[in-house]
Design a protein around this ligand. Structure first.
Ligand code: NAD
Length: 359
C-alpha cells in the first residue's frame, strides 16, 4: 500500500462522469500494461456532492485528496445549482481543492493536432503543429491580493495586484524546468511599462535565468503577447505569466486549437501533487447523451503521468494513441466537419484504449 501511486477521481457533474469513466479505464489499462501499482479511488465533488451531502466539497473528499498523489477531475457545475448561495455552489468545491493543496502552477498546453488544423480560427500554416505551453501562476496576484472590495466612505472599489519574490521564483522554476525539457525557449509575459509589480516580476525572472543557462529567456508585454498569439503563435514554446494575464492568454491559446474538448490542464504544488482536469466545463447541453469528447480527459491522464509520476514515455504513448486515432479520421461531434460520421464518448474512448493496447 505504501508505494502505491494513489489517484483520486472526482467525476463531478454534467459530462464529468462520462469523460472520467473513460479516463478511469485508461488508468486501469496503464496499470496493467506498465505495472504502475496504482490505487484508484473515486469521490464526490460539486453539485453531485451537494445533492448527496449538502456540501460541494465534503470532508471525506478532502481526506481522500490529502491521501492521494494525483487527482483527476471531470467538471463541476450546471444550471441545477446556479441559484445556490455562493458557499454551496459546485465551483466552491473546485476552488476549495485548489487552495487546500496550494496548486500554484497551472500548466495549459495548446497543441493542435495536424489532423485538426481546419478546426482552428487561424489559417492552416499559422497553426499546424502548434505546440505551446502556458504556465500561469494560480494562487496569487490580483485575484487574491488584499485589500480588496469597497473603500469605506467613498464611491470606489479596489483590488490589489501583489507578488512576492518567493511566489515569482516558485512559478518561474516550474516554467524554466518545463522549457528545459522542451525547446529551451521561455517567454515571460508582464506589463512592466506600467505596473511596478510587473517590473519586479521581470527583474526576478531575469535573476532566476542565471540558474538555467540552457534556457533562452525573453520578455514580452501582455498586450503584445495577446497580439502575437493570434498573429504568429508558433513563435512561442513556453510562456510564463501571472494569474490575471494567464487567465486571458490561456483562453486565447485554447481557441487557437479549435476545440475545447481536446484540451487538458494540470495544476501542481511544490510536492508535484497535481490536480488534472480538462479545460472544458460540465457542458450541460450535451450531458448524458454520450456526445462529449473524452480526449481532454485522456490527455489529462497523460499530463498526470508526465508531471506527478514522471513517466514521460507513458505520457508520450497516450498522446501518440490520440494522434493515431485522429489520423484514422475518427471524430466526436465537436471536432467533426459537417456531414462527417461521428463517434460517441464511449466509442472514441474505446478506440484510444484499443490503440494504446497495440502500441
Ligand atoms: P463548457 O465548457 O461546459 O461548454 C461550452 C461549450 O463547449 C458547450 O457547447 C459544450 O457542449 C461544449 N463542450 C465542452 N466540453 C466539451 C466536450 N468535452 N466535448 C464536446 N463539447 C464540449 O462551458 P459553459 O457552458 O460555459 O459552462 C457549463 C458549466 O460548466 C457551468 O456551470 C460552468 O460554471 C461550469 N464550468 C466548470 C469548469 C470546471 O469544472 N473546471 C470549467 C468551466 C465551466
Amino acid at each position: 500500500m505504501k508505494n502505491k501511486k494513489r489517484i483520486l477521481i472526482l467525476p463531478g457533474d454534467g459530462i464529468g462522469p462520462e469523460v472520467s469513466s473513460i479516463a478511469k479505464e485508461l488508468l486501469i489499462l496503464l496499470d496493467q500494461k506498465y505495472s504502475l501499482d496504482l490505487d484508484i479511488s473515486e469521490g464526490l465533488i460539486g453539485g453531485k456532492a451537494y445533492d448527496e451531502t449538502g456540501d460541494p466539497l465534503p470532508k471525506e473528499t478532502l481526506n481522500m485528496a490529502r491521501d492521494s498523489h494525483a487527482i483527476l477531475l471531470g467538471a463541476v457545475g450546471g444550471p441545477k445549482w446556479d441559484d445556490l448561495p455562493s458557499q454551496k455552489r459546485p465551483e466552491k468545491g473546485l476552488l476549495g481543492i485548489r487552495s487546500e493543496f496550494d496548486f500554484f502552477a497551472n500548466l495549459r498546453p495548446a497543441i493542435l493536432s495536424k489532423e485538426l488544423v481546419s478546426a482552428s480560427s487561424l489559417k492552416n500554416e499559422k497553426v499546424s503543429d502548434l505546440d505551446l505551453l502556458i504556465v500561469r501562476e494560480l494562487t496569487g496576484g490580483i485575484y487574491f491580493g488584499e485589500p480588496r472590495g469597497e473603500v469605506e466612505g467613498s464611491d470606489e472599489v479596489l483590488n490589489t495586484m501583489i507578488y512576492s519574490r518567493k511566489e515569482i521564483i516558485r512559478i518561474g522554476r516550474v516554467a524554466f524546468e518545463a522549457a528545459k525539457g522542451r525547446k529551451g525557449e521561455l517567454c515571460s509575459v508582464d506589463k512592466a511599462n506600467v505596473l511596478e509589480v510587473s517590473s519586479f516580476w521581470r527583474e526576478v525572472m531575469t535573476e532566476l535565468s542565471s540558474d538555467y543557462p540552457e534556457v533562452n529567456l525573453s520578455h514580452m508585454l501582455v498586450d503584445n503577447a495577446a497580439m502575437q498569439l493570434v498573429r504568429e503563435p508558433k513563435q512561442f514554446d513556453v510562456m510564463v505569466t501571472g494569474n490575471l494575464f494567464g487567465d486571458i492568454l490561456s483562453d486565447v491559446a485554447a481557441m487557437l486549437t479549435g476545440s475545447i474538448g481536446m484540451l487538458p490542464s494540470a495544476s501542481l504544488n511544490k510536492t508535484k501533487k497535481g490536480l488534472y482536469e480538462p479545460v472544458h466545463g460540465s457542458a450541460p447541453d450535451i450531458a448524458g447523451e454520450n456526445k462529449a469528447n473524452p480526449l481532454a480527459s485522456i490527455l489529462s491522464v497523460a499530463m498526470m503521468m508526465r508531471y506527478t509520476f514522471e513517466k514521460d514515455e507513458i505520457a508520450l504513448s497516450i498522446e501518440k494513441a490520440v494522434e493515431l486515432v485522429l489520423a484514422e479520421g475518427e471524430r466526436t461531434q465537436d471536432i467533426a466537419k459537417e456531414n462527417e460520421t461521428t463517434l460517441g464518448t464511449r466509442e472514441m474512448g474505446r478506440k484510444v484504449l484499443l490503440t494504446m493496447e497495440s502500441i
